[in-house]
Design a protein around this ligand. Structure first.
Ligand code: PLP
Length: 426
């Protein structure tokens, strides 16, 4: 699944010892394995064999230009959620004709830019947005390709902040209202062309069952829209979950054997959905983000201090919630792996950052290797929704990013300087 492992007691990314990167580039530091990213892309592509399909990587998961370039060269399309992401994709050599544009709040400027660049489709999330798309396309004298995002009202069984396919979520349009909207568009809105149908029920799904439920529920609608309005594609979204509980310690059982949990494998996903979709005759789009990059990245951080209070032990590190917000925002779990493999007794501690917020922790009351001030640790599975959500909170410069390919490591984003942080202020 990923390329982070101990070789002679030293944690490596592919063939590069992470300690050497921490010394050369400083911490906090994001490190990505290029070959893991490509491997995930190719495995997904393979799992969908037998379907006319396209993988549209969800750029928001990790939008570094070098990551996008890698995926563009591998043949991926892109799912974008802003004009800025489209700009990045183009800069990285991606083809706008293979871009789908999602999101509930597209602005006029974003719509115009995407129309000018000739994107594959606007995935529309309200009737008002479809009417507005028609209006703007009319002003430009063009016809906008569009798909409506259907909210199938299925429970993705994931964290409430990343569940998107229930009626109470802001995403998509109620299942029952979709057909009438396509009928209306065909009659009233001459500057949109209904090209497809889209759905995305949530993120970090760890079972195939909600995907199957949503596909089964929406399939008759997709068939109807194809017959009646000639749609050519159905995007079944992203959301494929990854393993976050993954002890790298040698000789231990895999985490799901310990916890009697089983991760969703991509092969299982393909085997479940491909047969359901084969007879439709529609092009099937997928929009994976986390699956492609999540396990392909780590955040390196150095321990600054240890503080033993009356109730707890705190290990204070130089990365904070501004660098990696998932634990604070979604109760996200990241394994902690010291760069030097340790075999001694585990200790129970909180790993916390320097930010002035009680939510600024990476874990609480967790048993871990007893690393010490000066030691560098890796927060695993930080490749998705990591750097992209980083901020300058507490006037902390954004960390650097490194992309590894075999023995080679490349700085793909410089660490911000304080002048970078202040640039633009008066
Ligand atoms: C975020 C998002 C995705 C990607 O979700 P992952 O869980 O990272 O696979 C796909 N489609 C849409 C519309 C999204 O908003």
């Amino acid at each position: 699944m990923h390329a982070f492992s101990y070789i002679d007691g030293q944690l490596h990314c592919e063939n590069v010892p992470l300690q050497s990167l921490a010394e050369q580039y400083g911490t906090p530091l994001y490190v990505y394995s290029g070959n893991t990213i490509l491997d995930h892309y190719q495995r997904l592509d393979l799992a969908l064999q037998g379907l006319d399909h396209e993988v549209a990587y969800a750029v928001k998961a990790n939008s570094n230009l070098s990551v996008l370039r890698l995926l563009a060269q591998a043949g991926a399309g892109f799912d974008i959620v802003s004009g800025g992401e489209l700009y990045r994709v183009i800069k990285a050599g991606g083809d706008p004709a293979h871009c789908t544009f999602a999101g509930v709040g597209k602005t006029r400027d974003e719509i115009i830019y995407a129309l000018q660049q000739g994107i594959y489709c606007f995935n529309v999330e309200s009737a008002a947005e479809l009417a507005y798309l028609n209006e703007v396309a009319g002003e430009l004298g063009v016809v906008a390709p569009a798909a409506v995002r259907v909210n199938p009202n299925v429970d993705a069984k994931t964290h409430k902040y990343i569940s998107t396919g229930k009626s109470e979520n802001k995403f998509g349009i109620d299942f029952d209202a979709i057909e009438a909207l396509y009928d209306k568009a065909a009659v009233d809105w001459k500057n949109v062309r209904m090209r497809g149908l889209q759905m995305h029920i949530g993120s970090q799904l760890t079972s195939v069952q909600p995907f199957v439920e949503a596909v089964k529920k929406v399939k008759p609608l997709a068939q109807t829209l194809k017959d009646k309005h000639g749609i050519e594609f159905w995007s079944i979204g992203g959301g494929i979950g990854i393993v976050y509980h993954d002890s790298l310690a040698s000789g231990q059982l895999e985490w799901w054997q310990q916890k009697e949990e089983k991760p969703l494998t991509i092969e299982e996903y393909g085997a479940a959905v491909v047969p359901l979709l084969q007879d439709l005759g529609l092009k099937i789009l997928l929009e994976p983000g986390r699956y492609i990059v999540g396990n392909a990245g780590v955040l390196l951080t150095r321990c600054l201090y240890e503080k033993k209070g009356s109730a707890k032990t705190f290990k204070i590190v130089d990365a904070g919630m501004n660098d990696l917000i998932r634990p604070a925002l979604y109760e996200g779990h990241h394994e902690i792996a010291p760069l030097q493999e340790t075999v001694g007794e585990l200790v129970k501690a909180d790993v916390v950052g320097p930010i002035c917020e009680s939510g600024d922790f990476f874990c609480q009351d967790r048993a871990m290797a007893d690393f010490q001030p000066g030691d560098v640790i890796a927060l695993l599975s930080a490749g998705a929704y990591g750097f992209v959500m980083a901020s300058n909170y507490n006037t902390r410069p954004l960390p650097a990013e490194i992309l590894v390919d075999g023995e080679k490591s490349t700085l793909v984003r410089k660490r911000q300087t304080l002048d970078d942080v202040l640039a633009g202020e008066l």
